[in-house]
Structure formats: structure tokens, C-alpha cells
Design a binder for this molecule. Structure first.
Ligand code: 4FV
Length: 235
């Protein structure tokens, strides 16, 4: 899968995308490179600084809202240019990439849940647009530059970068080759195999800690009983 992120703050992605599982599983181009990396990583992540598509000498990307009100909005002409250029440049370079699925993050979006994460993981190309300030001009959505709006929760953030990182993290776990052999995205909280419920409690060594014991059934080696206990402890 390829993910292109359009953001005013590419540097925010250092850390979540450069450590741990995502570091091992993805090639990460913080500089907006559009060249496909010739590597066999299951995930290619490219960042594009929206500022480069800004207007005039100062690369203006935002403006004050019509009708008045606090804060600034990101301009539709700037965002449209960014999405079109990122899409066309890549489509010309890589005939395997057909149509990107383009997502904008906002509290008005559909709440991100596991079923949606699993569906998004089936795409071969995502473009993630990170808003900032008070948000973006509605014509970006109405004019068809975005395929869907997604919210990660009912609260207001300063930008769409954290929602983008949350989505990349959740989606990447369902891409073959991202999780190691020892881990699985199959039987876990909210997965279909557990009926979208929260999974059972987990325990590991030591067997007892300050009088707190591991449930005996988990020490019994009786797989049928363990399975029954686990199913009975789904929430
Ligand atoms: C948000 C959320 C969110 C609103 C204005 C970014 C901010 C600023 N995105 N789930 N909750 N976005 O608060 O996805 O542009």
C-alpha cells in the first residue's frame, strides 16, 4: 500500500512513522518525494508539505472565513492544486497505482471504527489530507477532491496530523507483512472474529504478583476450557 499525506507540518510525523513496527514495515519519505522507492516494504508513506502549493511570494494557504467568525480556513484552490498534482504526478510515474482513496479528517466525519479500518486496508493507495486552523473550505468536499471525511472522536484537535497517524497505525496492522509472525490482527478487540467485541483480559509471567494470581484456567493447559473462558470474557 502507498499512503500520501498532505500536511502543513511534515515534521510532526517523525516518531510515530520512524519508530517500532511502522519503521520496520514502511519506507518513509518525509520530503514529499514522489519517486517510488524500489524496496519490498509492505507500506510506502510519502509526506507532501502543503506550503509548497501556497499562493504568491509567501505561499499563502489560508484565508479568513466568509460571513465572519474566528480563525482561518485552508483555501480550496490551494488544496485542489495539491491533491491534483500529487495524484497526477504519481499516476504518470506508476501505472500500478490506479485511483487513490482520498480522506479528510474532521469532527464532521464518520467515526473511525475497526470495520472501516479493515476496509481501508484493502486499498492500494490512500491520500490523507490534514486540515489545520478552523478547517477547510467546504468546496474541497463538495467539489469532489475528497472521497470521505473521517473523525477519530468527538473532540476538536488543532490539526488533522494526529488523526492521520492514528489511521496509518490502525490500517497498517492489517497489511500483510507489517505485523510480525508472532502477532496477528485476526483475533483482537473489535475484530469480526470476536463479533466486534472487546477482547478478553491477558496475563503473562509472573504467575503471582503481590497476591494477584493468574486465573487457574489459563495455567491448566486445557485448551477447550481456556477457549470457553476467553469467549466468556469478551466485552
Ligand atoms: C478531527 C477529529 C479534528 C478540526 C479543525 C483539525 C481538527 C482542524 N479530525 N477527528 N476530531 N480536526 O478535530 O478527525 O483543522
Amino acid at each position: 500500500m502507498r499512503i500520501d499525506v498532505i500536511t502543513l507540518f511534515p515534521a510532526m510525523f517523525q516518531g510515530p512513522l520512524t519508530e517500532s513496527i511502522l519503521r520496520r514495515a514502511s519506507s518513509f519519505a518525509p520530503d514529499g518525494a514522489t519517486e517510488d522507492r524500489q524496496d519490498d516494504k509492505p507500506l510506502q508513506i510519502y509526506l507532501h508539505d502543503l506550503r509548497q502549493f501556497g499562493l504568491g511570494k509567501y505561499h499563502q494557504v489560508d484565508d479568513s472565513p466568509y460571513g465572519g467568525g474566528a480563525g482561518m480556513l485552508m483555501r480550496v484552490d490551494v488544496i485542489a492544486k495539491a491533491i491534483e498534482e500529487v495524484t497526477e504526478k504519481l499516476r504518470m510515474k506508476n501505472e500500478d497505482l490506479k485511483i487513490p482513496h482520498r480522506i479528510y479528517f474532521s469532527p464532521r466525519g464518520k467515526k473511525l471504527k475497526q470495520a472501516k479500518v479493515e476496509k481501508l486496508a484493502k486499498n492500494d493507495w490512500l491520500i490523507l489530507l490534514c486540515g489545520h486552523y478552523e478547517g477547510i473550505d467546504q468546496r474541497v468536499i463538495d467539489g469532489g477532491w475528497i472521497d470521505e471525511e473521517i473523525s477519530i472522536g468527538d473532540y476538536v484537535l488543532t490539526g488533522g496530523e494526529l488523526p492521520a497517524m492514528v489511521l496509518i497505525d490502525a490500517v497498517s496492522r492489517h497489511i500483510p507483512g507489517v505485523l510480525g509472525k508472532e502477532a496477528s490482527a485476526h483475533e483482537e478487540s473489535f475484530s469480526a472474529s470476536l463479533g466486534r467485541k472487546k477482547e478478553y483480559p491477558h496475563y503473562t509471567r509472573p504467575e503471582e504478583f503481590r497476591g494477584l494470581r493468574v486465573p487457574d484456567v489459563l495455567l491448566s493447559g486445557h485448551h477447550g476450557e481456556i477457549e470457553k473462558w476467553r469467549k466468556g470474557n469478551l466485552q
